[in-house]
Design a protein around this ligand. Structure first.
Ligand code: ADP
Length: 572
C-alpha cells in the first residue's frame, strides 16, 4: 500500500514517468497472465496460437520481476530493485551459460514441469535471445537503482533500452513476416511472440525512464526524432532483405547527435546503428552472394564509425567554441561594467574635489590680498605658489572630469567631412600657426567618415597642437593623411596619420605617453600641459573601434597613426 502511495507521489510525474509506470505494470501483467496460463493449462495464454512457441515459465517470472524492478526504481525502493535486478541477471546468465557450455543446472523446470515443448530445444528453457534481453534489462534496473551519477549513466541506460527494443522488434517482425531466424537463434528455443511484446514494454519503459531523468535539456530536437529514424531504419532494412549496405540508413541517426549537448551521443547512435546492421544481417535471409552481403554490411559499419567520429569532433569543437564565446562575452560585460564604474568613480571624485579646492584657492587669494603687507617676501612667494598649485590641480581635475564624461556620454554619430574638420581647426588656430611658422600639409583630400564630429575634431586638434608644441624647428611641418586598410585585412578600417618634424619620442615611452597625466617634460619646457591630451585621443579612437600608436625617431619627428572602422560597427 505504502509502495503505491509513494509511486503516486513521484514529484516529477510527467508523461515520460507515466509511460514508464504503464510499461512496468504491463510487464507484470503479462508475466502474471502467462503464469496463470501454466497453472490452469490455458494454452492460448502460454502460446497465443497453437503453432507458436510457448512463453517459458521462467520468462514469465522474469517479466514480473522486471516490472517490479522498474516500479521500485521509480518509487525509490532501491534495495528491492537492486535485489530484483540481481535475481533477473542471475537466472538469465545461468540460462546463457547452460546454452554455451551445454550443461543443465536444473533451473529450467525448477518451478514448473513443462508440458508444452514446441520449438523448444530444452523443455522449460527460455530462448537465448530472451535470456540476453533479461541480462540487459536486469543490468539497466541495477544501474538505475545505483546512486552512481556519472555522466554516462543515462547514456548507458538509453543504449541498453534501445538494444532491448531492437531485439524485440526484430523478433516481432519475424512473427509478422514469417522469418523464423528473426526470433530464433540456430535451432535453439525460439522467443515467444508475447515475449517479444513484453520486451518492447521493457525497452520503452527503460528509454522513457532515462528521458524522464534528464534534468537538463540534453538535445535541441525532440527525442522522438532519433527514435523514429532508428525504427524506420530497422523496418526498412528488414523489409528489404537485399543485403545492400543497409546500415547506411542509420547515418541520419548519427547526425541527430549534432543537436545533443554531449558530443559522445554520436557514439551511442553509432553503436545502435552497428548493432542493428549486424542484427539485420542475421535476421534477413540474404539474396545473392553471401560474401557480398557480408562485405556490404561491413562497409556500412565502417561508414557508421567514420561518421560518428566526424560528428563527435565537430560537436566537441562546437561546444568548446561556444564555451570560449560565452567566456569572452562574460569578460566583455565585466570589463564594460568595470570601465563604467571607473568612469563614474572618476566623475564623482573629481566633481566633489573641485569644491574644497576652489575654497582653498579663494582663501589663499584672500590671504594674499588682506595680508600681503604683513607677510615677508618668502611668505608671499609661498602663497603665490599655493595659488599656482590650486590652479594646476583644478586643471587636472577638470581633465579627469572631462575624461570620465568622454566615457559616460554616448557618441553623436554623423557623416563627417574631415576636410572641413581640418580647415575648421586651421581657422581657429590661425594666429598660432602664423606666429610659430607652421605649415600644415593635408596629403590628399580626406574622406568623409561616420563618426562623432565633435570628438574627432578634438582628436585632430590635440594631435596638431602637440605637433606644434613639441617642435624646436624653425619651420614646423605637419602632414595629415590617410590610407584605406586593404580589403582583405581582417579589419575594415581607414588608417589616418599626423606626422611632424618635431623633437620625437624615444621608444621606451611610446606606450607610456597615452597614460593619463603622463608627461615627458617639466612644466617649464614645451609649455604647460596636464599630460591628458593623448589619453583623450586614445579614448576617442577606441570609442570609434580603432587603435592608436606612434612611430618616432628622436630629433627627427613623430607620426601618430590611428584607425577608424569603416562600417561603424562600434556604434551598435
Ligand atoms: P601634454 O601635451 O599635456 O603634456 P599629452 O597627453 O598630449 O599631454 O602628451 C603626453 C606627452 O607625450 C607629452 O608630455 C610629450 O612629452 C609627449 N608628446 C606628445 N605629442 C608629442 C609629439 N608630437 N612629439 C613629441 N612628444 C610628444
Amino acid at each position: 500500500m505504502q509502495f503505491f502511495q509513494q509511486l503516486s507521489q513521484i514529484k516529477t510525474l510527467n508523461s515520460k514517468v507515466l509511460i514508464t509506470i504503464v510499461m512496468g505494470t504491463l510487464s507484470i501483467l503479462l508475466g502474471s497472465i502467462v503464469i496463470i496460463g501454466w497453472y490452469t493449462h490455458e494454452l492460448t495464454l502460454i502460446q497465443v496460437l497453437p503453432q507458436f512457441v510457448p512463453m517459458q515459465y521462467n520468462t514469465a517470472l522474469g517479466f514480473i520481476l522486471c516490472g517490479i524492478g522498474i516500479l521500485t526504481v521509480l518509487s525509490h525502493h532501491f534495495f528491492i530493485s537492486k535485489a530484483v535486478s540481481l535475481a533477473i541477471i542471475f537466472i538469465a546468465l545461468l540460462t546463457l551459460i547452460q546454452y554455451i557450455f551445454r550443461v543443465d543446472f536444473g533451473i529450467d523446470q525448477l518451478f514448473m514441469e513443462h508440458y508444452i515443448d514446441l520449438l523448444t530445444s530444452q523443455p522449460g528453457r527460455m530462448a537465448p535471445n530472451t535470456a540476453l534481453c533479461f541480462v540487459l534489462t536486469g543490468l539497466a534496473i541495477f544501474i538505475a537503482s545505483h546512486q552512481w551519477q556519472g555522466k554516462y549513466k543515462l547514456g548507458t541506460l538509453e543504449l541498453i533500452g534501445f538494444f532491448i527494443l531492437s531485439l524485440s522488434i526484430l523478433a516481432l517482425y519475424g512473427y509478422i513476416l514469417g522469418a523464423e531466424s528473426a526470433y530464433g537463434w540456430s535451432n535453439l528455443t525460439r522467443m515467444a511472440i508475447h515475449t517479444a511484446i513484453g520486451f518492447i514494454f521493457l525497452g520503452v519503459g527503460i528509454i522513457t525512464y532515462t528521458w524522464s531523468m534528464e534534468t537538463m535539456k540534453i538535445a535541441s530536437i525532440p527525442m522522438w526524432i532519433p527514435a523514429v529514424i532508428w525504427l524506420g531504419g530497422l523496418l526498412f532494412d528488414l523489409a528489404l532483405p537485399l543485403g545492400v549496405a543497409a546500415g547506411i540508413i542509420y547515418v541520419p541517426l548519427i547526425f541527430c547527435a549534432i543537436w545533443f549537448a554531449q558530443p559522445y551521443a554520436s557514439f551511442i547512435f553509432a553503436a545502435i546503428g552497428i548493432f542493428l546492421t549486424i542484427l539485420g544481417y542475421f535476421a534477413s535471409a540474404p539474396l545473392g552472394e553471401n560474401w557480398m552481403v557480408l562485405s556490404n554490411r561491413t562497409l556500412s559499419i565502417f561508414v557508421l564509425i567514420v561518421v560518428s567520429i566526424l560528428v563527435y569532433f565537430r560537436r566537441a569543437l562546437e561546444i568548446e567554441l561556444a564555451g570560449v564565446r560565452l567566456k569572452m562575452e562574460a569578460n566583455n560585460t565585466a570589463l564594460k561594467r568595470s570601465n563604467e564604474e571607473l568612469d563614474n568613480f572618476a566623475h564623482i571624485a573629481s566633481h566633489d574635489l573641485k569644491e574644497p579646492l576652489r575654497a582653498i584657492h579663494n582663501h589663499s587669494q584672500f590671504l594674499l590680498e588682506d595680508y600681503e603687507n604683513e607677510l615677508d617676501e618668502a611668505g608671499v612667494k609661498k602663497l603665490n605658489r599655493l595659488i599656482y598649485l590650486t590652479n594646476r590641480m583644478e586643471k587636472l581635475i577638470s581633465d579627469l572630469l572631462y575624461y570620465s564624461r568622454l566615457g559616460r556620454e554616448k557618441l553623436a554619430v554623423t557623416e563627417t567631412d574631415l576636410n572641413l574638420v581640418i580647415s575648421d581647426i586651421k581657422n581657429t588656430m590661425k594666429d598660432q600657426l602664423v606666429s610659430k611658422n607652421v605649415r600644415v600639409k593635408v596629403a590628399e583630400p580626406l574622406p568623409i567618415i561616420t563618426c562623432d564630429q565633435v570628438r574627432i575634431t578634438e582628436l585632430f586638434r590635440n594631435l596638431i597642437s602637440n605637433a606644434i608644441k613639441y617642435n624646436d624647428n624653425d619651420e614646423k611641418v605637419i602632414e595629415i593623411g590617410f590610407e584605406e586598410m586593404p580589403e582583405n585585412s581582417n579589419v575594415s578600417a581607414t588608417r589616418f596619420y599626423v606626422k611632424d618634424n618635431g623633437i620625437g619620442i624615444s621608444e621606451e615611452f611610446h606606450i607610456d605617453i597615452f597614460r593619463i597625466f603622463r608627461r615627458l617634460h617639466g612644466p617649464k619646457k614645451y609649455g604647460e600641459g596636464t599630460g591628458s591630451g593623448l589619453t583623450f585621443v586614445k579614448k576617442i579612437v577606441e570609442q570609434h573601434g580603432g587603435k592608436i600608436w606612434c612611430e618616432s625617431i628622436p630629433g627627427q619627428g613623430t607620426t601618430f597613426y590611428f584607425t577608424i572602422e569603416r562600417e561603424a560597427s562600434w556604434n551598435s
